[in-house]
Design a protein around this ligand. Structure first.
Ligand code: KG4
Ligand code: ZN
Length: 344
């Protein structure tokens, strides 16, 4: 099937999201977020997220069908995030997808959330799919992936040894009393700050660390350094702290991603996941990739954070590649590795 019509469901964290794609064309992308219910806790509360998914699921499906003008009976397949993510949250999406696939007698594709963050890039770029390095940076994960084939062949070159990049943004935003989620707030605050004001540490970039952790990340030292700086500097300039912290994260992410491209001989880099919406990361990536002659692809910011279109996109690619469907009745796979793009 060359242009499969796929409905994708995403519930791995706090977004109840439903997307519909036809081949590589985006037809609908509905997102109901429970973020405001979590904000006062400074992080996502799993039980609150699960309950919100239950309430939002059916209206989100109905809205996506309406927006796209698609009738449920015409959908070729259902795709759903099988994992990784919060198990109770995932279960709501997986149960809904199982029920839809069974009732409609359509194939079901359980997809890997991390691979789908990368796959969404294909909805906005014409290029053929080819081997690429992917920097995947979200609230729960930070990895450098070698993507030989998005539906069947992904290897992890490195990942964070402590916090995820988005988590680091969220924690520093809390220290700065900016609110939750912190990434977009730091991004905004940093625009009026000086990124050279404070020289914060770049984790795991020293020669001794590179032997064992060449493509791994660590943000805990940076977090401690920011916290110490704030304690020692009562009259600190918040925007300068935001900008200097952001610069340290961006610098490390890009140093390692570009090194991965060079060492593997792959001259293509996709930056995906919620943190890929960061304006400074996107700008510096453009500069450095141009110098290194690497083709850079970043999905539009709205498709970087969690959405259903990315799930549908990976399902659609799996069908086009002739990948077998997942078993009906699949379970949530809360800790699935990126090397399994489609869960059976
Ligand atoms: O991919 P995502 O929506 O959810 C997960 O799979 O985790 O990523 C959410 C993360 C949050 O930590 C949020 O603070 C971060 O992405 N984020 C950003 C920006 N927008 C979202 N981080 C930095 N700059 C941004 N503009
Ligand atoms: Zn995500």
């Amino acid at each position: 099937m060359s242009q499969p019509l796929v409905l994708g469901i995403e519930t791995s964290c706090d977004e109840t999201a439903v997307g519909i794609v036809q081949g590589r064309k985006l037809l609908a992308n509905v997102i109901a977020s429970s973020v405001e219910e979590h904000a006062r806790f400074g992080g996502v509360v799993p039980e609150v997220a699960s309950r919100a998914h239950l309430e939002a699921m059916q209206p989100a499906i109905a809205r996506a069908l309406k927006e796209s003008g698609v009738e449920l009976k015409d959908v070729d397949a259902i795709a759903v995030t099988a994992g990784p993510g919060l198990v109770g949250a995932l279960l709501v999406g997986v149960s809904a997808a199982n029920a839809l696939a069974l009732a409609l007698d359509k194939p079901l594709y359980g997809v890997n959330h991390l691979a789908s963050h990368v796959a969404v890039d294909l909805l906005t770029h014409e290029q053929e799919i080819r081997p690429t390095i992917a920097l995947l940076v979200s609230g729960g994960h930070s990895s450098i992936l070698r993507v030989n084939d998005i539906t069947s062949d992904i290897t992890s070159l490195g990942q964070t040894v402590d916090d995820a990049a988005g988590e680091a943004f969220d924690k520093i935003a809390r220290l700065l009393n900016l609110g939750f989620p912190g990434g977009p707030l730091i991004d905004k605050d940093a625009k009026i700050g000086n990124q050279l004001a404070i020289n914060f540490p770049r984790g795991l970039t020293q020669a001794k660390d590179m032997l064992e952790h060449e493509f791994d990340f660590s943000f805990s030292g940076l977090k401690t350094a920011v916290s110490r700086y704030l304690q020692a500097t009562p009259d600190y300039v918040r925007a300068d702290v935001s900008a200097s912290f952001q610069e340290a994260v961006v610098d490390v992410l890009l140093q390692k991603s570009i090194k991965a491209c060079k060492e593997t001989g792959i001259d293509s880099l996709v930056i995906a996941g919620g943190v890929a919406a960061n304006s400074r990361l996107r700008a510096v990536a453009q500069e450095r990739c141009a110098v290194a002659k690497i083709e850079l692809r970043t999905p539009p910011p709205a498709l970087c954070t969690d959405n259903g279109a990315m799930v549908a996109a990976l399902g659609s690619l799996a069908i086009s590649a002739g990948h077998p469907a997942s078993a009906l009745g699949i379970e949530a796979a809360s800790a699935i590795s990126p090397s399994i793009p489609i869960w059976s």
